[in-house]
Every structure is written in structure tokens, then in C-alpha cells.
Design a protein around this ligand. Structure first.
Ligand SMILES: Cc1cc2nc3c(=O)[nH]c(=O)nc-3n(C[C@H](O)[C@H](O)[C@H](O)COP(=O)(O)O)c2cc1C
Length: 289
């Protein structure tokens, strides 16, 4: 399934495959292929997501850019943005051909640019259309088609609305939901504020898992370190770290760790500015290899 690439040949595949117990979030301009390469050197086991790529860009981008989507080693997911089922399906097919282990649909990003492309969090307002996209993608590929979503959008923020969305994508073939456990406001908050202001409701993600045990639920949002990630695993199938994981890379890049990077278990201090202000100031991430 995985396409061979000269760069990936130096990285051994993990055995057995780890599943999504620990994942690094898709982050535009941050989790590019260089970042993912670095992360893959640190851990063979963590599930990595690309930054969001619109399905149009996958379809019409030049071949060099397509090759740049290669995650340099499994396991990894291609995150797609889009709302046209035919395009989504074709983009998923191309991603699977490039060797990605998962096609993930972005249903959580509230930025105005993403909204203008009719993807991201605004997809929450049309579960039927998202279901059509997921169904088309599921038809097109054998790798799992997953959806990353917020618990709510604007005034559509009841647990019932979340369940209706989940039902639409599950009926269409999605078996894994990544739940960013806060709602998003489509107007009035910047993307950064939308990652910090709406309160976290992990209990909704846990409840979803409890009520739909057949679905894989990965919790995301405000997870500061490996200890917190592990605590989520008592209630959900996986934990996804975004900013905290990147803060670790920044520390490494700045040389703050010194020779600690060579020790078998690395503990990294995450700068307080890298996590939501409501989190405590100091946290740590352990090397998972
Ligand atoms: C710089 C940046 C870029 C992001 N880009 C994306 C993206 O492309 N797709 C997406 O689904 N989420 C994106 N997110 C949201 C993250 O995937 C994640 O849901 C959010 O940061 C909450 O997790 P955290 O509290 O662990 O950082 C981005 C977040 C940041 C900080």
C-alpha cells in the first residue's frame, strides 16, 4: 500500500501498528513534511497528520507538491479540506496511492479562509453533505476515512446536534472521530481564540464513546502532556496533541534540551505560552520510542 520513497527508506516501519492512541494534530504551516519527518525520528509509533490540504490542491497541484505530501514513514494521515464529494473521493484516492494510512476530513477549522472554501468547521452545519463526502471517500479507498470535528458550532452546540453529525458520518462509513472538545464560533473569534476561549468539554467525547462503543473516539484539545494524554485513554481510544507537541519541537530546535535528547526517556518542559492559558504553566512530554 505504502509508496516507496527514497526518504522513507531509512525509517523502519513500526511493528505492530500502534493505532491512534497518541496522535499529533494537523496544524497548518506547522506539521509540514519537515516537521513530520522530525517527529517520526523521535517516535515511530505516534500517528501523524498532515496539515490540511484542500482536495482541489491535491487534484490540481503540481506533481512535486503531490510528492511532498509523502509522510516519510508510517503511520500517517492525509487531512483533506473540501465539500465536493467527487473531489474528496479523488483526493482520498491519490492520498492512499501516496501511502497514507488514513484519509481525514477537516470538520473543525473555523478560520475565515477555510470557511470561504466551504470546508472546516462550517461543514458541521450540513451533516448530510459531509455524509455524502465521507461515503464517496469510503467508496474510493480501502484505508479508513475519518473525520475531525468540534463538539459544536455557533448555536448548534447541543450534545444532540453533535450526535446527529456523528450519525451522518458514521452511516456513511466513518468509524473514527477525532473530537476537538470545544465548540467553535464561525464569527467573532480568531482561529487562535477559537482554540482557547470556548470551554473544553471532554465529557462529551467520553459520552460519545460510551454511547457508541463501536466508534473509535480520539480526544483533542488542551492536552498538555503525556500524563494527561494517558488519563484520556481511560475514557477514549486515543489522545491527539497539537500545540504541546509542537512546543516540544521548538525546545529541541532551540537546543534547550542539550544532550537530554539522546537519553532513552526524554522529558521536555513545554513553555506555558504554548498551551491554553487555562492550563497549568509547566508540563512534560515523554519520548515514546
Ligand atoms: C497553527 C495551527 C494550525 C492548525 N491547523 C489545523 C489544520 O490544518 N487542520 C485542523 O483540523 N486543525 C488545525 N489546527 C487545530 C489543531 O489540529 C487542534 O485541533 C487544536 O490546536 C487543539 O489541540 P491542542 O490544544 O492540542 O493544540 C491547527 C492548530 C494550530 C495551532
Amino acid at each position: 500500500m505504502r509508496a516507496a520513497s527514497p526518504e522513507s527508506s531509512s525509517i523502519a516501519a513500526p511493528t505492530p501498528r500502534p493505532g491512534r492512541r497518541l496522535a499529533v494534530a494537523p496544524m497548518m504551516d506547522w506539521t509540514d513534511r519537515h516537521c513530520r519527518y522530525f517527529l517520526r525520528l523521535i517516535s515511530r509509533h505516534t500517528w501523524l497528520y498532515t496539515e490540511m490540504v484542500t482536495s482541489g490542491a491535491v487534484l490540481h497541484g503540481d506533481r512535486r507538491k503531490r510528492r511532498a505530501l509523502d509522510p516519510l514513514g508510517p503511520p500517517g494521515a492525509l487531512q483533506l479540506g473540501g465539500s465536493e464529494p467527487d473531489e474528496q473521493a479523488e483526493a482520498a484516492r491519490i492520498g492512499a496511492g501516496l501511502g497514507y494510512d488514513e484519509s481525514n476530513l477537516n470538520g473543525g477549522c473555523p478560520s475565515s479562509r477555510v470557511q470561504s472554501g466551504r470546508c472546516g468547521a462550517c461543514l458541521r452545519l450540513g451533516p448530510g453533505r459531509v455524509g455524502e463526502g465521507v461515503a464517496a471517500m469510503t467508496e474510493a479507498v480501502t484505508v479508513p476515512v475519518t473525520v475531525k470535528t468540534r463538539i459544536g458550532v455557533d448555536e448548534h452546540d447541543s450534545y444532540g446536534a453533535l450526535c446527529r453529525f456523528v450519525e451522518a458520518v458514521a452511516d456513511a462509513g466513518c468509524r473514527t472521530l477525532i473530537v476537538h472538545a470545544r465548540k467553535a464560533w464561525l464569527q467573532g473569534l480568531s482561529p487562535k481564540e477559537n482554540r482557547e476561549v470556548p470551554p473544553l468539554r471532554y465529557d462529551w467525547a467520553y459520552r460519545l464513546k460510551h454511547e457508541r462503543p463501536g466508534l473509535q473516539v480520539v480526544v483533542n484539545g488542551g492536552i498538555a502532556d503525556a500524563r494527561e494524554a494517558t488519563a484520556h485513554l481511560a475514557h477514549a481510544d486515543g489522545a491527539m496533541l497539537g500545540r504541546a507537541a509542537f512546543a516540544m519541537l521548538r525546545s529541541i530546535e532551540s537546543g534547550a534540551l542539550g544532550s537530554a535528547i539522546l537519553s532513552p526517556m526524554v522529558t521536555v518542559q513545554v513553555p506555558p505560552s504554548a498551551v491554553a492559558p487555562t492550563r497549568r504553566g509547566r508540563s512534560s512530554i515523554r519520548r515514546t520510542t
